[in-house]
Design a protein. Structure first.
Length: 378
């Protein structure tokens, strides 16, 4: 069996590692657009305050991973197209036949349609190369503007403020993490991060970024202008689906798969940030791990459907510890919110009282595992 994996992030390397536990002999080729080094992507948003260099974030170099797992590594290789009829992947390093193709393509940062002569200089951090560039760019800077008060924006705000930078965060919503939790829980992050040096600007969007001397001028949607030494966009990620779309695979928000992570082509699978399974894209570590283990069994001739247990997400904001478990997208129910001096405990339940999700801040964040055991998993 010849297996080709596209993508060297957590999803790609983990499915190979899990497969090798079950099958030592399958021919496996890993195609990576970058070096393929293995590192923890979630560390990118809280590495600066720890003074971590890009090299220090790498846990295992790609060559060693490939040797340990018996993989043919094609690093710095672009994928051009998929020939489904011939079961062949066309790359900048030639054609590669497959009996099973695994797409672990990840996701790209969403780019806002900003105006201004410096719009192209707005940074985002989505991989190790981005982090290296960001780390170099921030040297000698002090005022950092962050566009977006979601999970990544809040994590960067906490990390950078903790490292001594003056942070301005801009978001059109009314409070942090608004897509993940109710207002009371989200607002409980405002004061602790403000105490670190985060200046929140809610209800405001950035419409343009222009040069102003050696700095930047941000123009907001109401015409106000602010200055910053560096601008970081953290408004979310979009699954990489173009390769699959060009191959006429079924796509929606992500590459659509069944419970076995099989796409609309039975020889092609998808997992990780690029995949949409059970109607949802799950861009977090735990879903990727569960997906990789299930897919490895399927590739080892033991068809296994992925089952997602309760998987709380820990937001890396040590100034205000936060954990959240999202309710299903179409769930109906009500929030019950308990506020205290130590944080917020918000639970979301259906009409029968079954727990569907929660948001916890402060000392209540420690309750996430106990509450996870009570969640109704659909």
């Amino acid at each position: 069996m010849s297996i080709v994996v596209v993508g060297s992030g957590l999803a790609g390397w983990t499915v190979i590692r899990e497969l090798r536990k079950l099958n030592k002999d399958a021919l496996v080729t890993l195609v990576s657009a970058d070096t393929g080094d293995f590192y923890s992507k979630p560390m990118l948003s809280n590495a600066l305050a720890q003074n971590k260099t890009p090299a220090e974030l790498v846990t295992t170099p790609a060559a060693r991973m490939a040797e340990q797992l018996g993989v043919t590594l094609l690093a710095k290789t672009r994928v051009l197209s998929i020939d489904r009829e011939r079961k062949t992947l066309l790359t900048s390093a030639g054609e590669h036949a497959y009996s099973a193709l695994v797409l672990a393509l990840g996701a790209d940062p969403i780019r806002l349609p900003l105006g201004g002569d410096a719009a192209d200089e707005v940074l985002s951090v989505n991989d190790l190369d981005d982090y290296a560039h960001f780390r170099d760019a921030i040297v000698g800077k002090q005022r950092i503007a962050i566009i977006g008060a979601g999970l990544i924006g809040c994590e960067f705000a906490n990390d950078l403020a903790g490292a001594g930078y003056a942070i301005n965060v801009y978001d059109p919503t009314a409070y942090p993490l608004s897509s993940l939790m109710p207002e009371a829980a989200g607002r409980s992050l405002i004061a602790p991060l403000a105490a670190l040096g985060v200046d929140w600007n809610f209800g405001r969007s950035v419409s343009a970024v222009d040069h102003q001397g050696s700095a930047y001028r941000l123009t907001l949607d109401n015409g106000d202008t602010h200055e910053a030494d560096l601008v970081l966009s953290a408004v979310g990620l979009r699954p990489r689906i173009q390769l699959a779309k060009d191959a006429t695979l079924e796509v929606n928000r992500g590459i659509v798969t069944d419970a076995h992570l099989r796409t609309s082509d039975p020889a092609i699978y998808a997992l990780g940030d690029c995949a949409e399974t059970g109607g949802a894209v799950r861009p977090y570590v735990l879903p990727i791990m569960h997906s990789a283990r299930a897919l490895a069994r399927t590739l080892a001739s033991d068809p296994t459907a992925v089952a997602f247990p309760a998987m709380p997400v820990v937001v890396k904001t040590p100034a205000r510890p936060t954990a959240v478990s999202l309710a299903p997208r179409d769930a109906t129910g009500t929030w019950e919110i308990v506020e205290s001096d130590t944080g917020i405990k918000a639970t979301f339940s259906d009409a029968s009282g079954r727990l569907l999700g929660f948001a916890l801040t402060g000392n209540h964040a420690d309750e996430r595992m106990a509450l996870a055991k009570l969640l109704l998993v659909t």
